[in-house]
Design a binder for this molecule. Sequence first.
Ligand SMILES: [Zn+2]
Ligand SMILES: [Zn+2]
Length: 242
Amino acid sequence: MDRQPSRTSIYHDLLDAFQQAGCPVCRLALGAVRAYLDSISREGGLTDLEIRTRLRESHAFCPVHAHQWLESQHVLGTAILYEDVLSHLTAELQGLRYRKRGFLAGAAPLLGGGGRSVDALEPHRPCPACELLARAEARSIDVLLEHVRQAEFRDAYARSGGVCLPHLRSALSAAPDESTFRTLIDAAVARHEALGAHLREIIRLHDYRYSHEPSGEERGADARAVRHVAGEPGVRGMGQDS
Ligand SMILES: [Zn+2]
Ligand SMILES: [Zn+2]
């Protein structure tokens, strides 16, 4: 179900994303997750035994992606998927064995007696949407790094809002040479200066002598600054543990 787009198609998708608001890597990665969640339900994905087994092992999705799935209102798909997951969890619940808390608790597995600890209720594999998100982020950053020194692509990138801070960290860590590294830094510094100026304008307008609502280019800069520093909802950036 994870159809990876080609590097050429990511290149063009990035150029398109540069013209939209927000981080282009977040946009592409979140789009890939949305397409994946849709494909599971709409293209008969849940009749595929391999996909069903994979989703059972991860207890469907992590909280973020479970709620994203729910928002898509795949009623039949949800019923099929979660009936399966609940049956699996029921079997696991029935196989659990009580273990007394205390100093003997750690020795319980050595004492034998069958049955499994409460840990058995943890998902046995990571959320597949999280895995796909990380792969989509990595591929987009890879293509960005490959092209960001080429004049046309670099100019389009410089005119865009640039990548969010979590993705800037990933891109800088993976930059193949100093020139790529500097290009990314220069674009980010220019972006921060523009955003900072808009935030200062919001602060100035809030002053009692002015007390005007932001109406110029600074409008929405508060949200843009938060999204830039934190990344889009549901995206954590690669290599972050929490
Ligand atoms: Zn991002
Ligand atoms: Zn997830």
